[in-house]
Design a binder for this molecule. Sequence first.
Ligand SMILES: [Zn+2]
Length: 269
Amino acid sequence: MKGKQKKSWRERAGQAVCLVLLCMVMAGMLFSGKEVIGISAAIHHSKGQEAREGEKGENSAGQKVAYLTFDDGPSVLTKEYLKILKEEDVHATFFLIGQQVDGDLVDVVRQEVKDGHEIGLHTYCHVADKIYCSGAAYCQDLEKTRQCLETKLKISPKLFRFPWGSTNSYVRGYKDSVVEEMKKEGLGYADWNVSGEDSVGCPSPDSILSNVRKDYLKYDDPVILLHDSAACKSTLEVLRPLIQELKANGYSFQTLSERERPCHFGEKQ
Ligand SMILES: [Zn+2]
């Protein structure tokens, strides 16, 4: 009996030790689990921070706003772009080719204005040898586009976009004089900081999406270059998924004149 009692005491002592050890192991696991979660969150935070601090462009309100811009329209596809933008309740900016407005697509531009999109000038004919043979030639080309929009639609755009951007090799020698000249007309220029690379050949919707993805998260106010020309339907196909992805990442949308500062190559964008 005494032996049995002693054994029982040893058993209880052994069980107590086991229980203490078990608690210690469980507490250790719990603590180490929290540590891992904490480190993981810190890594994610630091990655986000890095992206935000990358090239920068946080607006003063600290909000994320994407600026969709479409060059080279209007085209026979533009109405389909407008339908998607309306359904997604998104406003964008269209940099137009004047001779296409002078054709039978003026009603499409009228719809762009009616839907609340911004209209900018791009060029009248988009033929490099013609428009870029001198600064004066490009100014004349823009002026022709401006007059076309003013006459047909009674609108006066505030922005223009150089075909191939403001640092292309054609305009290098006289860009500043064009910018000065246009400033007198109340026009500023706008480049972009994210490109879908959708104007050469006919890239797949996936490649357009991945071109935009690789850069837009670097900015709180990305200016995204796309095209609504008739040359390729891929941009149209990718438009809704792109808008939905931007929305899911916390971006709202505005037209380019609403941006706090212009987007110029070679300057803080
Ligand atoms: Zn263009």
